[in-house]
Design a protein around this ligand. Structure first.
Ligand code: C5P
Length: 222
């Protein structure tokens, strides 16, 4: 029988990855954090001063970028040319530059191709912005997650504080608002709900409730 794909899309810091990880773990599916891929590409661009308005530089960079996941424990472990970058891609320099990088057509083409290969024959949960619309338009289950922007900023703030980051709540709020704006208004596969995606607003529901909700949607396909 065909492999099962669960696509989880939504705004920044809506708890997509928390739910995706829990779901993958429970079902013994592969978990892929597609945002981590765009973040790693952005880190490479920043380090190598790739001019995003120069198509040759972008193409050359994409040829030199090799990403790999090691998600054995259902956390995101990603390497960029064999270097572990899982922590660095969460920091502000990357967060502040990832949306323009991910809006580049050639970048998306390459990432989407890699993502589609990962979900070709395996049961998979993938989260991102265009998973249900562009990467896996035929996914059996599609969720579209939202939450109150202030609640989202607060959650991300707590997460980043744990890693001793000195970023402020206001900076995070601004960054989320800015990314949501860029991600929903860009030309190349903007963030939007697929027609057949189920909306999940998690402002007031616990991670356990979200997991139960998602499991119930996947169960008919198991
Ligand atoms: O999911 P995360 O917040 O880590 O994603 C970082 C950024 O990567 C998003 O703000 C968006 O610009 C981009 N992204 C994307 N398509 C995806 C996943 C992420 O454009 N499928």
């Amino acid at each position: 029988s065909k492999n099962i794909v669960v696509a989880i899309d939504g705004y920044s810091s809506c708890g997509k990855s928390t739910l995706a990880k829990a779901l993958a773990k429970k079902l013994h599916f592969i978990y892929v954090d597609s945002g981590a891929m765009y973040r790693a590409v952005t880190l490479y661009f920043l380090r190598n001063k790739v001019d995003i308005n120069n198509p040759e530089q972008v193409a050359e960079a994409l040829k030199n970028i090799h990403l790999n996941f090691h998600s054995r424990d259902y956390q995101t472990h990603i390497t960029l040319n064999d270097e572990e970058v899982s922590d660095e891609i969460r920091l502000m320099p990357v967060s502040q530059n990832v949306s323009p990088v991910s809006a580049i057509r050639e970048v998306r083409k390459e990432m989407v191709a890699q993502q589609q290969r990962m979900g070709k024959s395996k049961n998979i949960v993938m989260d991102g912005r265009d998973i249900g619309t562009a990467v896996f338009p035929h996914a059996q289950v599609k969720l579209f997650m939202t939450a109150d922007p202030h609640v989202r900023a607060q959650r991300r703030y707590k997460e980043l504080q744990a890693t001793n980051s000195d970023v402020t709540l206001e900076e995070i709020f601004e960054n989320l608002a800015h990314r949501d704006y860029s991600d929903t208004t860009r030309k190349e596969s903007p963030l939007m709900r697929a027609e057949d995606a189920i909306i999940l607003d998690n402002t007031n529901i616990t991670p356990e409730e979200q997991l139960a909700f998602a499991l119930a949607k996947v169960e008919p396909f198991l």
